[in-house]
Design a binder for this molecule. Structure first.
Ligand code: UDH
Ligand code: NGS
Length: 400
C-alpha cells in the first residue's frame, strides 16, 4: 500500500516538473519573440530551426501600414568554381553588341537533378551566426552616384571573386543568390552594388551576386533571365534562397533581410516612385525572394514574356496556384529608392502580356525552369559580381 502511494507521489512530482518546464520554455520563447519582432519592427521571424515560430498562432495577420492598399495579400514581416579576376574597365566589356550573333547557339536545358542536390555538411568549428545580426542600423542614406567597380571592391575588401561573401566568424544561416536581370545599365549596377554589398555583409549572409544579361537584338526577357540565373547560380554553389532583384532598386533599410521565409516574399513593398505604397495588391515585381524548393515547385518564371510587363503578375499566379501565399515585411522596412530611367527600345511593352497571363494556368507545368533553353556566351567571375551573358532564341522558346 505504502509502495503504491510512493509511486503515485513520484508520478505526480514528475508530471508537475514536466508541466513547469514546458510552461517555462513557452514563456522564454514568447519573450525572445517579442524582442526579435520589436527589433525588426516585424510580427514574426520566419526562419526554419527557430523554436519560437512553432508556438505562434498569428500566421497570416496583416500589417496595419499596408493593409489599406493591399487587401488580398498576407503581410507577414520576418522574421568556386575556377575564377577569373577581371574588371570591366568600361561598359564595352559587357556590351552585348561585342558578341558574335552569327554563330549557331547550342541551346541547353539545365539538369534538374543538379538543382535539387542536398545541403553540404557545415563547418562545425564556427558558431552559427546570431539570429539577429548585431550590426544592422535600420534606415539608411542611399548612395545614388555611381562609383567604379574598383572603388566598390575597395569599400568591400572581403569580397571574393564573383561578388561572393560569407561571414568570417560564424556560419551564415542563409545561402543566398542575388539574381539581377540586366542589359546595358552599368551605372545602375554600380549604384546597386555600392549600396547592397555592405548591407548583405551586415546581414551575415553567405551570398553571391549574379548579373544575367542577354544578347541583342532579342527583346529583353526579365523572367527568363531570372530562370537562367537560378539554374546557373546552382551550378556554382548550393544556394537555398534566391532574391530576384531589379538593378534600379536601392534598399533603404538594412533590416529588410535578404533571406527566404516559409512563403515567397515580395520585398520591394514601398518604392519612392509609388510614394512608398503598393501600386496594386498582387504586384510581385521589383525585388522578390523564394527558396530553391518554392521556385522549383512553381516551375520558376514563365519563359514566354519578351518585352516589358506582365511576367511578375504571371509569377504571382504561379505562386498562388501551387498553394503559397505572398508575404511582405512592413512598409517601414521594405523600402526602396528607384533610379530614374527611360524605357529601352530593346524592352518594348509586350502586347501579348494579358493573353499570356490569362492562359498561364494551362502552361505552368510545362513552361518554366523545366523547359529552359538558352546558350551561355560567357561567365565572368568579376571582383564584385558574377556576369553571365546568354543568348535566347525567341523563336525556339515560343515554339516550346
Ligand atoms: N532591365 C535591364 N535593361 C533593360 C531592361 C530591363 O537591365 O534594357 C532590367 C533591370 O534590372 C530593370 C528590370 O529589368 O530594373 C525591369 O525593367 P524596367 O526597369 O525597365 O521596368 P520598370 O517597370 O520600368 O521598372 C519601366 C520603364 C519606365 C519608364 C517610365 C518613364 N517615365
Ligand atoms: C503592371 C505590369 C507589371 C509591372 C507593374 C509596375 O502594369 O508587370 O505594372 O510597373 N503588369 C502588366 O503590364 C500586366 S512599373 O510601374 O514599375 O513600371 O511590374
Amino acid at each position: 500500500m505504502t509502495t503504491k502511494c510512493n509511486t503515485v507521489k513520484i508520478l505526480k512530482i514528475l508530471l508537475v516538473t514536466c508541466l513547469t518546464l514546458v510552461t517555462l520554455q513557452y514563456v522564454i520563447n514568447l519573450v525572445a519573440y517579442s524582442y526579435v519582432s520589436r527589433f525588426f519592427g516585424m510580427e514574426l521571424m520566419f526562419q526554419r530551426n527557430i523554436s519560437i515560430v512553432q508556438y505562434l498562432p498569428i500566421f497570416g495577420k496583416q500589417s496595419k501600414s499596408s493593409s489599406s492598399f493591399n487587401k488580398s495579400v498576407t503581410v507577414i514581416p520576418p522574421v568556386i568554381s575556377t575564377v577569373k579576376n577581371l574588371f570591366p574597365s568600361n561598359t564595352s566589356q559587357i556590351n552585348t553588341s561585342n558578341i558574335n550573333q552569327s554563330s549557331t547557339p547550342a541551346f541547353i536545358s539545365p539538369n534538374i537533378s543538379l538543382l535539387t542536390s542536398k545541403e553540404p555538411i557545415r563547418n562545425e568549428s564556427l558558431p552559427l551566426c546570431p539570429l539577429v545580426p548585431p550590426k544592422l542600423v535600420g534606415p539608411l542614406a542611399t548612395f545614388t552616384n555611381a562609383i567604379s567597380f574598383e572603388e566598390i571592391l575597395k569599400n568591400n575588401p572581403d569580397l571574393q571573386p564573383g561578388g561572393r561573401y560569407k561571414p568570417k566568424d560564424c556560419v551564415a544561416r542563409h545561402k543566398v543568390a542575388i539574381i539581377i536581370p540586366y542589359r546595358d545599365r552599368i551605372t545602375h549596377l554600380q549604384i546597386l552594388l555600392q549600396n547592397l554589398h555592405p548591407i548583405l555583409a551586415r546581414q551575415l549572409i553567405d551570398y553571391g551576386i549574379y548579373v544575367v544579361d542577354m544578347t541583342l537584338p532579342t527583346s529583353f526577357n526579365r523572367a527568363m533571365l531570372m530562370n537562367i540565373g537560378f539554374a546557373e547560380a546552382l551550378k556554382i554553389y548550393d544556394y537555398q534562397c534566391f532574391i530576384f532583384h531589379d538593378v534600379d532598386l536601392i534598399p533603404e533599410n538594412d533590416r529588410n533581410l535578404y533571406t527566404c521565409p516559409e512563403s515567397p516574399r515580395h520585398m520591394s513593398v514601398a518604392v519612392d516612385k509609388f510614394k512608398y505604397r503598393l501600386p496594386y495588391a498582387s504586384i510581385f515585381g521589383g525585388v522578390s525572394a523564394l527558396t530553391k524548393e518554392q521556385f522549383l515547385k512553381i516551375n520558376g518564371y514563365s519563359n514566354l514574356y519578351f518585352g516589358w510587363g506582365g511576367e511578375d503578375d504571371d509569377m504571382n499566379g504561379r505562386i498562388h496556384r501551387k498553394g503559397y501565399k505572398v508575404i511582405r515585411y512592413s512598409v517601414d522596412v521594405a523600402r526602396y529608392k528607384m533610379i530614374k530611367h527611360t524605357r529601352e527600345k530593346s524592352n518594348p511593352v509586350n502586347p501579348k502580356r494579358y493573353k499570356l497571363i490569362n492562359t498561364g494556368k494551362n502552361r505552368q507545368d510545362k513552361d518554366g525552369i523545366n523547359s529552359l533553353k538558352y546558350k551561355v556566351e560567357k561567365i565572368e567571375f568579376l571582383p564584385t559580381y558574377t556576369y553571365i551573358l546568354t543568348t535566347i532564341n525567341q523563336t525556339e522558346v515560343e515554339a516550346g
